[in-house]
Design a protein around this ligand. Structure first.
Ligand SMILES: CC(C)(COP(=O)(O)OP(=O)(O)OC[C@H]1O[C@@H](n2cnc3c(N)ncnc32)[C@H](O)[C@@H]1OP(=O)(O)O)[C@@H](O)C(=O)NCCC(=O)NCCS
Length: 279
């Protein structure tokens, strides 16, 4: 019997989520230490594993926000690749997300696969990484995001995600990240940023700001006092302000990846996105 027919797809247990994260680590995706926990809080039923004789061999996450959903953690154990497990578990997640505008952030080499599954390329992004200064910075406009009325952060995030990520954001601010900061001009949010410990250094995301100066202040505030402060930023390649900031900080470009959607690409201001919250 073909191995594929023995595949049993189940929603992930908490132990499986640990396994999913270990798969992302093995792929070198440098996930944040608590990423899966925060994403799972956003949609506890959206993590899937494929089992053969009770042993996990593949995984995928399909996380529903309000009307946008995201697919990630799409991996098959090396020895089990090329046997149809990947496409089966991917379609399982797609069925789960039926009716949503589904987003995937994927390596450019995989874009044709996603296009075959009905996704359309919205924009290409670039990852930058490098060690940054972690010295103290003081700015009276910067405060803990946890001290800002939650709906203000929710609305600001929605401007750049084109959806409300209520449960996800609450988890991100409280458990997913090491520091989560807002730049406030009186009662108005002018920037929002978060940093979390990852396999290699720190991942920054999201980082949204009205100006490059605000982005830089937030970034430096997030990095202060972090030992071995190697950071990773992911932003749209059309954001020249992000590129200028990354170059000013002497970060280096690592690779490019695409953001694709099954529906219309949301109309958001990509030039104010200095880092995404991608897997
Ligand atoms: C990508 C990956 C999950 C595919 O899993 P797999 O089990 O090897 O793939 P399958 O055997 O199910 O593929 C069967 C067919 O479906 C296609 N396919 C796989 N996933 C697909 C998807 N999401 N959409 C459309 N087609 C897909 C394959 O290209 C293949 O087509 P072919 O027969 O014409 O070559 C696997 O190679 C992997 O784990 N790679 C490393 C992690 C990774 O890069 N993940 C994607 C991140 S963007």
């Amino acid at each position: 019997m073909a191995e594929n027919s023995n595949l049993e797809i189940v929603s992930a247990s908490s132990d499986h989520v640990e396994w999913i994260i270990s798969m992302a680590r093995k792929e070198g995706w440098n996930p944040g230490d608590n990423d899966a926990i925060a994403f799972q809080q956003a949609d506890p039923s959206g993590y899937f594993v494929g089992l053969i004789n009770g042993k996990p061999v593949c995984c995928v996450a399909g996380v529903k926000f309000n009307h946008i959903a995201i697919i990630g953690y799409y991996v098959v154990v090396k020895e089990h690749r090329g046997q149809g497990h990947g496409i089966r578990i991917f379609q399982h997640a797609m069925n789960y997300l039926n009716g949503y505008n589904i987003r995937v952030d994927g390596l450019l080499i995989h874009a044709p696969k996603y296009q075959n599954s009905g996704f359309k390329m919205a924009h290409v992004n670039v990852r930058y990484t490098g060690a940054v200064d972690n010295s103290t910075i003081s700015c009276p406009f910067v405060c803990a995001a946890s001290s800002v009325p939650f709906d203000k952060i929710l609305q600001y995030d929605a401007r750049f995600y084109a959806d409300e990520r209520k449960h996800f954001l609450a988890g991100w601010i409280n458990t997913g990240t090491t520091d989560c900061l807002a730049y406030m001009d009186k009662d108005t949010v002018k920037g929002f940023g978060a940093i979390r410990k990852s396999v290699n250094g720190y991942r920054v995301g999201p980082l949204y700001a009205e100006t490059t100066q605000i982005a830089e202040i937030l970034l430096k505030s997030l990095c202060q006092h972090k030992s071995d402060c190697r950071i990773t930023l992911d932003f749209p390649e059309t954001n020249n302000h992000g590129k200028a900031l990354a170059e000013k900080l002497k970060l280096v470009e690592v690779f490019k990846f695409g953001t694709l959607y099954t529906g219309e690409a949301p109309n958001v201001d990509l030039l104010k996105i200095y880092s995404f919250t991608c897997h």
